[in-house]
Design a protein around this ligand. Structure first.
Ligand SMILES: Cc1cc2nc3c(=O)[nH]c(=O)nc-3n(C[C@H](O)[C@H](O)[C@H](O)COP(=O)(O)O)c2cc1C
Length: 211
């Protein structure tokens, strides 16, 4: 009786551990040259913690911006690679994530520049980021775009509205104060939490309203 109970508990514990270790979620993450490289990097950290399989593409523009915003990080590419299941060059247009036959649970572009936003809205597919986004739209997979620019002009707004009508989630990294952030990190975590919410990935980055 005691042995049976012990075995049941062990199997239960193992299944809990396994479900924690493998999330079965496969996401494409694009990081482009809008301000907020840290949002992309912080998201990758959380996705790694959540055992999400990430396929990551970083545009040359993003590395340019990172020079200004992540001065204390010597090797941004190394940092990104260490947090990705797989890393791709933006020009790697024949890679598996350029094809819809490679199944994923969707894609997030964070931060998303107005250039990349426009390329997706026009179906231009000029690099692996906009091509992979195009595939998500074609296959009705979840596409989350975190556009960053201010002020926005009518071209930007129209591109966002066009994508939104196609089912793309437009999640701008807007400031918020009701969760009483004390540091920039708190603000970043709040935004990253919102991005994880889009994919139903659990986190402790901010306290949800009513909890
Ligand atoms: C320091 C810095 C900050 C920038 N911030 C933004 C921004 O917030 N939003 C934006 O759309 N473009 C911004 N840009 C311009 C883009 O990096 C540029 O349009 C680039 O071509 C985008 O290419 P990509 O989308 O392929 O990364 C910034 C450029 C620099 C150097």
């Amino acid at each position: 009786m005691f042995v049976h109970l012990l075995m049941t508990l062990t199997i239960f514990k193992m299944s809990v551990e396994v479900s924690y270790m493998v999330s079965n979620i496969r996401l494409i993450v694009g990081i482009t040259g809008a301000s907020g490289t840290v949002l992309g990097v912080r998201l990758l950290e959380e996705l790694k913690k959540a055992k999400v399989e990430t396929h990551v593409i970083v545009s040359p523009g993003a590395y340019e911006v990172a020079k200004y915003e992540m001065k204390d990080v010597r090797d941004v590419q190394g940092l990104v690679k260490s947090k990705s299941a797989q890393y791709y060059d933006e020009k790697d247009i024949s890679s598996k994530i350029a094809s819809g036959s490679y199944e994923t649970d969707g894609m997030i572009i964070v931060p998303c520049s107005m250039k990349t936003l426009s390329s997706i809205a026009c179906g231009y597919g000029n690099n692996l980021i906009s091509r992979a986004a195009d595939v998500c739209i074609r296959y009705k997979r979840k596409l989350v775009v975190v556009p960053r620019e201010t002020p926005l002009n009518a071209i930007h707004l129209e591109n966002m509205a066009k994508l939104s009508r196609m089912g793309v989630w437009i999640v701008p990294p807007n400031l918020s104060y009701y969760h009483n952030p004390e540091t920039l990190e708190d603000m970043t975590d709040f935004m990253v939490g919102k991005m994880l919410d889009c994919f139903g990935i659990g986190h402790n980055l901010y306290k949800k309203w009513g909890q």
